[in-house]
Design a protein around this ligand. Structure first.
Ligand code: AHG
Ligand code: MN
Ligand code: MN
Length: 327
């Protein structure tokens, strides 16, 4: 499809390739797009702190200002709950999952999300994002936590919205990865990156080197190896997974958040962060590993489970995982 097609048009074209499709999925995405636009607008206001007030404090009107990640969480729930396409949602910001309110019809999908990823960057005008994953479920049956605890390989779709120099919507349904850029003048996401492929190998590595003293030997060895290789590697670390991931997806490279002596499973969450991005990266020709195996094969034990993560260009990921295993 030509560059500039709207996300809605693109989704409809994709839907037509699957005769028998009910359109429920396309409608679910349309709701998600609305949530993305609202959050994008709110994120853009984050710099106006002196005017609208800091989160946790009061704005110039004396009203309480909600933290942006909590606000993003409720925007998504409120925008998605009435569409009739979902049976439940789980979010990094909520202890437990929510069932769709009895006032609304229930559908055959579950939405799992990190409403704002990179929250430490909110107040300093640095790129952040929303990460999401869509799972199938049996509509009409009582929802339990187990419905959410499925390996990432079973995701029906996943993606992210990046609030960067422009706002982008990147997703996969298992048929390649497509990226759309929000044109604020028309208020639409327009196709800008069709069928994204990650380079097989990249020079960029992204890891929080402030944690060096906590690393296990495998991580230290891998990073030392990168620095002394002839490949002229290049360190880039924004501190928002979604932004670091997006850059590496387009340019090639690897992002690592290892388990370490402080936290044996690292910091990142399997359901809200690792799985959705692992689905994207595999569809783009890259790889995602926990060091022990493919991220998408992990059978989750809990909603907020963490996992070590190596994600990016296939050759880089394979090499990092091999070095972790060596020591
Ligand atoms: P969140 O803002 O959703 O809690 O996620 C923050 C995560 C992730 O975005 C980022 O890659 C990582 O935290 C950075 O962690 P460090 O500050 O430990 O490097
Ligand atoms: Mn996050
Ligand atoms: Mn978050």
């Amino acid at each position: 499809m030509s560059v500039g097609a709207t996300l809605t048009k693109f989704l409809l074209e994709e839907q037509r390739k699957h005769p028998g499709s009910t359109g429920s999925f396309t409608a679910l995405f349309s709701d998600l797009v609305v949530a993305a636009k609202i959050i994008s607008r709110e994120v853009n206001k984050a710099g106006l702190i002196d005017i609208i007030g800091a989160a946790g404090g009061k704005n110039i009107h004396g009203e309480e200002v909600q933290k942006l990640d909590e606000l993003a969480n409720s925007v998504i729930i409120k925008t998605m709950e009435h569409g009739g396409h979902l049976s439940g949602m789980a979010s990094e910001e909520m202890e437990s999952f929510v069932k769709i309110d009895g006032r609304y019809p229930k559908g055959g999908y579950l939405l799992v999300f990190d409403p704002l990823d990179g929250s430490s960057n909110i107040d300093v005008n640095v790129s952040i994002g929303t990460i999401f994953s869509v799972l199938r479920c049996q509509a009409g049956r009582e929802l339990t936590e187990a419905d959410f605890l499925r390996p990432g390989a079973q995701q029906a779709a996943s993606g992210y919205i990046l609030y960067g120099t422009s706002t982008m919507f990147v997703y996969t349904t298992g048929h390649g990865v497509h990226g759309f850029t929000l044109d604020p003048s028309v208020g639409e996401f327009l196709l800008s990156h069709e069928d994204i492929k990650i380079p097989e190998f990249g020079k960029i590595y992204s890891i929080n080197e402030g944690n060096t003293k906590y690393w296990f030997p495998g991580t230290s060895k891998y990073i030392e190896r990168l620095k002394s290789s002839d490949n002229d590697c290049c360190a880039r670390y924004i501190g928002s997974l979604v932004s670091d991931f997006h850059r590496n997806l387009l340019k090639g490279g690897v992002f690592l958040y290892p388990g370490d002596k402080k936290s044996k499973n690292g910091k990142l969450r399997l359901l809200y962060e690792a799985n959705p991005l692992a689905f994207i990266v595999e569809q783009a020709g890259g790889a995602a590993s926990s060091g022990e195996g493919r991220i998408l094969d992990i059978v989750p034990q809990g909603l907020h489970q963490k996992t070590p993560l190596i994600i990016g260009s296939r050759k880089n990921v394979d090499e990092a995982a091999a070095v972790w295993r060596e020591v």
